[in-house]
Design a protein around this ligand. Structure first.
Ligand code: E4P
Length: 219
């Protein structure tokens, strides 16, 4: 399973990269705003800064909602660095843009996926990644893991190479369940990745080992 971090915060991206398990980054306009990044020049520079930290897969989202605007923005984003994956919303113009970029060999991530039908359409249009939003589905009481299972089944039925990028991850249970179901990628906050480290028996076991070592050394 690939691990992406879902943030535009450079310190958190560096921390995840230093851990040695990071495969990429996803951002969105809200995450960029959270870091107070605004204005075309600053936004572009911020994406370059992120690309300088990680090895590959930096999802950069277009703001335009019309086809021409998406193409113009997406091409400018893709020209920044080979690591950029253009993030396109699941709309009619978005699907056309996915096909356009696929034909040009520019990688895409189709975002705001909430149904298996949307994922199928994005895969047909040649998206490299589809991003079903788990946490937001949980928030409205929908079956988020069922959606991942349905998309997995459909992609496997037809051999689609589009990767399932489980997004809106909120906790370690989301990550582990998605890994069991067969999501190709998960993107979550740093806390969800670091949460995988934790188990109380690991802490108490380590404390016991160190105490026994100290006791033996004192004998
Ligand atoms: C996906 O790429 C999005 O950036 C993200 O996962 C949204 O998550 P949220 O529901 O926590 O905002």
């Amino acid at each position: 399973m690939k691990f992406f971090i879902d943030t535009a915060n450079l310190d958190q991206i560096r921390e995840a990269q230093d851990l040695g398990v990071l495969d990429g980054v996803t951002t969105n306009p809200s995450l960029m705003a959270k870091e107070a990044i605004s204005g075309d020049k600053n936004v572009m520079q911020h994406y370059k800064d992120i690309c300088a930290i990680v090895d590959d897969n930096v999802s950069a989202e277009v703001i335009s909602i019309d086809f021409e605007g998406m193409i113009k923005e997406g091409e400018a984003l893709a020209a920044l660095d080979d690591k950029i994956v253009v993030k396109i919303p699941m709309t009619k113009d978005g699907v056309k843009a996915l096909k356009y970029f696929s034909d040009k060999g520019i990688r895409t991530n189709c975002t705001l996926i909430f149904s298996a039908g949307q994922a199928l359409l994005a895969a047909k249009a040649g998206a490299n990644y589809v991003s079903p939003f788990l946490g937001r589905l949980d928030d409205i009481g929908a079956d988020s893991f069922g959606l991942i299972e349905d998309i997995r089944l459909i992609f496997d039925n037809y051999g689609y190479e589009t990767e399932i990028l489980a997004a809106s991850i909120r906790n370690t249970v989301h990550i582990v369940e998605c890994a069991k179901i067969g999501a190709d990628v998960m993107t979550g906050p740093l806390s969800s990745i670091l949460g995988l480290l934790k188990h109380p028996l690991t802490d108490s076991g380590l404390a016991q080992f160190l105490a026994d070592h100290k006791k033996a050394a004192g004998q």
